[in-house]
Ligand binder design. Structure first.
Ligand SMILES: O=C(O)CCC(=O)C(=O)O
Ligand SMILES: [Fe+2]
Length: 357
């Protein structure tokens, strides 16, 4: 049976196992769905050495798998034949193979199951509308942004309209207005004002647009959009390719000074925190996400740096690129939200108060 779901039970072996040939499981790098090779093809090629029990994704790269035989001898033969050699049956790719071992179940880190609809996540203020625009609108928007100059960051390209977003401070310079939002988003702005779940259309006025272009494998580090920089509604339209977005809520808040948590740098490392809630949502092209209330103020959002996402047992490739249009309203005063532990405005006031006490 071919298992398409990432199986975190299998790990890369420690050095001692590399030569001993004592496992029926092989960790095989440089093949998988991300490079156009299906699990079925891999199973069929490896089965020339013995019966294959299953093929599993070794991680979320889509290019590393674990091939499980029923016996050690078959694994040994396959390793000997394929490791370090071009494999003609798999498009001539050079495979890198090690024995793989089963991890004790106590060490398995649960991965978050990905939802297709926002309501399933039960995060107040989070909404996702599928097919917010047509494919024709999508094509026109992509052509329009590609007609404008891109600015290159280290891993992705961006464009800013209304106000420039500054990645070092995670804020905008409110004194420097770049002008109105471009004409090519006017129909999106109209549609935004009739987005369901808004208390009144006046809330949906936005004056800052960031266009992000993510190549395959590039995501975004976990962050909360700076409270003091933007008001309470954040709209994000996905174009061209899909991705998953993960949401994390830390029980203690986790506000860090901007220099320590710049989202274009590494940010904090949430994997080291034990006390967090995690949810994951699939964002297909042409969908519009709305972050408001608790979802906007108290939950970090994050796009994992994957080429392939595992969604309900299916392997979904990211595509040649994903382009997102994020619409926000620049704030002209401190944030007074109900989530002070995540709020830079309220933390700095608190900090001053403590400092003067
Ligand atoms: O690409 C996206 O959908 C999200 C972008 C984002 O979170 C941001 O610019 O703050
Ligand atoms: Fe964001």
């Amino acid at each position: 049976m071919i298992d398409m779901v990432k199986d975190s039970r299998f790990v890369r072996p420690s050095k001692g196992l590399l030569d001993s040939g004592s496992s029926p499981n092989l960790y095989v790098a440089n093949c998988g769905p991300a490079v156009g090779i299906s699990f079925e093809d891999i199973a069929s090629v490896f089965s020339t050495f013995g019966e294959v029990r299953g093929v599993h994704a070794a991680d979320e790269s889509g290019a590393r798998v674990v091939v499980c035989f029923f016996d050690d001898i078959s694994a040994q033969k396959a390793l000997k034949a394929f490791d370090g050699n071009p494999c003609p049956q798999l498009g001539g790719r050079v495979l890198h193979i090690r024995y793989s071992i089963l991890q004790p179940s106590s060490q398995i880190k649960d991965s978050v199951s990905v939802s297709l609809v926002a309501s399933e996540l039960q995060i107040p203020g989070l909404f996702l509308l599928h097919d917010f625009i047509t494919s024709k609108d999508e094509e026109e928007l992509l052509a329009a942004v590609d007609d404008r100059p891109w600015k290159s960051l280290s891993k992705r390209r961006v464009q800013h309209y209304g106000y420039e977003f500054m990645y070092d401070t995670r804020n905008v310079n409110t004194k420097h207005h770049l002008g109105e939002l471009p004409q090519f988003v006017s129909t999106i702005l109209q549609k935004i004002s009739s987005f369901p779940n808004l208390e009144d259309a006046g809330n949906a006025i936005v004056d800052q647009l960031t266009v992000n272009e993510y190549p395959p494998g590039v995501g975004l580090s976990p962050h909360i959009d700076t409270h003091s920089a933007f008001e309470g509604l954040i709209f994000s339209l996905s174009l061209a390719g899909p991705c998953i977005m993960e949401f994390r809520r830390y029980s203690q808040g986790s506000w860090l000074p901007p220099s320590a948590s710049s989202m274009d740098n590494k940010g904090e490392n949430p994997d080291n925190c034990s006390n967090i809630l995690r949810r994951s949502l699939f964002l297909p092209p042409r969908s519009m996400l709305l972050l408001s209330g608790e979802a906007r103020y108290a939950w970090h959002h994050y796009i994992p740096h994957h080429k392939v996402d595992m969604v309900r047992g299916d392997t979904i490739r990211r595509g040649a690129r994903r382009v997102s249009l994020t619409f926000r309203k620049v704030r002209n005063g401190p944030c007074c939200c109900e989530f002070p532990q995540y709020c830079d405005s309220q933390r700095s006031v608190e900090g001053l108060a403590l400092g003067s006490a």
